[in-house]
Write a protein that binds this ligand. Structure first.
Ligand code: NAD
Length: 512
């Protein structure tokens, strides 16, 4: 059963196409062919060509030329273009959501949710286009006025991961565009067709509005194409989403030329369950967090830190809930969990299960690869649960698969807090409690060290209105809502003297 995927591809105009780099509606690329196969059924979807160094030069110089024009357009007019882009996203939400689901493997509902995030951030960006505010200050010198303003930054490089193949691009670009920047996007080599579909939508709207070529640009390929971007001095900012391993390399490459990075890297997210937790909500939050998107969200729940008083109760409830999970074609809305992205991911998942056993973990819900009808792609796995200890090497690492580690704490909330913070990653965290003191401690200066800290909701699933990102090995970047837009602009402090005198700052005398 194809669940209407052919029709969706047709509506998006990417049926079995060859495409690659683009600075507009015109696709070109001359590198090796990247074939995209669906993890859903193993079928070939289409292919793109990789961007060569020469192709990249054309993209970057067009983007830079375009930026010089685009930055002069008043920000609210740039917002109007983003508003029209958003209309197209609304119109194409179903086919784009379907392609995300089919090429990446997340459930159709989650595919639609991702496109909804794009729509939401565009709405946010349109409002923001009239609110790119700076502050005014009182000058210490008489007859002087001092203020700050934000100018467009330049051509921004966006490198994104396979697991959110469309939303992360728009989190960056919708804001960067209203800020007056041009964007060059390298999507994941594992999801090239969703990138092409997005670029087609943006390029069409931009062209209709007479926006110069290059404001939305796409390059395709693996890390080598990413390196063209990280080493390019014309790109003042590289926003990179992916593994911590990648982030450490990108951070150094960009720092060598004193460029800026916005890094959104791996997580190792925990939910603390205290004796005062609502167990029903805990189970819903933990199960969705651990198995949603087949455990391939940066905010997926990896660790459950449960107080000994409620440990057995929580354990039994979660194990029972896992029995109800339906694994299968993610386009079939009866299923909860789709496949992993590819067979390498399956190997990593199996290796993690092996390792946790070796380290002394106790498997509560057995994993394994599913075989037979409907599972031909070889990417479908069973979500697993293991009792483990926080210091295990495997627990300290992010395994990008549906493996949940459950562990016990005793005594006070401080002990759970030490366990939660006792990993290198610092993205998302949650506490389940109806005890005000525990909740406030968790949110306090001594509490969670993560960029996201939730009370009585799970770790996964953020709203675009807040700034998104995390600390430590998660990279420190923030994107999406709040004042995350500031990184896409350059700040300038201006002082104006409207007198006939020239007093110097700090009262310095310099008589001529
Ligand atoms: P990955 O690191 O393998 O690849 C991410 C992107 O980086 C790809 O486009 C890849 O081509 C590119 N890349 C890799 N090496 C590069 C280099 N040296 N120079 C330039 N570009 C390079 O990650 P993945 O497997 O696609 O995604 C999964 C990871 O992403 C997980 O660790 C997950 O937690 C993380 N992630 C984080 C967030 C967040 O917001 N914090 C969001 C989504 C995913």
């Amino acid at each position: 059963k194809k669940f209407g995927i052919d029709k969706a591809l047709e509506e998006l105009g990417i049926s079995k196409m060859n495409a690659g780099s683009s600075t507009g509606t015109d696709f070109f690329a001359h590198g090796e062919e990247i074939k995209s196969y669906s993890p859903v059924d193993g079928a070939y979807i289409g292919s793109v060509k990789a961007t060569t160094k020469e192709d990249y030069e054309k993209v970057a110089s067009t983007a830079f030329k375009g930026f010089k024009e685009w930055r002069k357009l008043p920000a609210p007019q740039r917002g109007e273009v983003v508003r029209q882009f958003n209309d197209e996203l609304r119109r194409l939400k179903a086919p784009l959501g379907k392609l995300v689901s089919y090429e990446m493997g997340k459930s159709y509902q989650e595919g639609l949710g991702e496109v909804q995030e794009m729509i939401d951030i565009c709405d946010f960006a349109v409002g923001l286009s009239r609110q790119l505010h700076g502050l005014t200050m009182h000058s210490e010198r008489p007859g002087h006025r001092m203020y700050e303003q934000y100018h467009p930054l330049g051509v921004v490089g966006v490198i994104s991961a396979f697991n959110f193949p469309v939303a992360v691009w728009s989190w960056n670009t919708a804001l960067a565009w209203v800020c007056g920047d041009a964007c060059i996007w390298k999507g994941s080599e594992k999801t090239p067709l969703t990138s092409v579909a997005c670029q087609k939508i943006a390029a069409r709207v931009f062209e209709q509005n007479g926006v110069p070529a290059g404001i939305s640009s796409l390059v395709t390929g693996d890390y080598k194409v990413g390196e063209y971007m990280t080493s390019d001095e014309r790109l003042p900012l590289i926003s990179a989403t992916g593994s911590t391993r990648m982030g450490k390399i990108v951070a150094q490459d960009v720092a060598k030329r004193l460029g800026k990075t916005l890094l959104e890297l791996g997580g190792n997210n925990a939910i603390i369950v205290t004796p005062d937790a609502d167990i029903k909500n805990t189970v819903i939050g933990a199960v969705f967090g651990a198995v949603g998107t087949c455990g391939q969200r940066c905010t997926s729940t990896r660790r459950l830190i449960v107080h000994e008083d409620v440990y057995d109760k929580v354990k039994t409830a979660i194990v029972d809930a896992y029995k109800q999970i339906r694994i299968g074609n993610p386009l079939d809305e009866n299923n909860h969990v789709g496949p992993l992205i590819d067979k390498d991911a399956v190997q990593n998942y199996l290796a993690a299960l092996e390792k946790v056993k070796q380290e002394g973990g106790n498997v509560l819900v057995e994993g394994g690869v599913l075989e037979g009808e409907g599972y031909e792609s070889g990417c479908y796995v069973k979500p697993a649960i293991a009792e483990a200890e926080n210091h295990f090497e495997i627990v300290q690492h992010e395994t990008f698969a549906p493996v949940l580690y459950i562990m016990k704490y005793s005594g006070s909330i401080e002990n759970a807090m030490d366990m939660q913070n006792g990993v290198r990653q610092g993205l998302s965290s949650a506490i389940m409690t109806n005890n005000l003191r525990e909740a406030e401690y968790f949110l306090s200066v001594e509490g969670s060290d993560c960029g996201i800290a939730n009370v009585n909701i799970g770790t996964s699933g953020a709203e675009i209105g807040g700034a998104f990102g995390g600390e430590k090995d998660t990279g420190g970047g923030r994107e999406s809502g709040s004042d995350a837009w500031k990184i896409y602009m350059r700040r300038q402090t201006n002082t104006i003297n409207y007198t006939t005198e020239l007093p110097l700052a700090q009262g310095i005398k310099f008589d001529l």
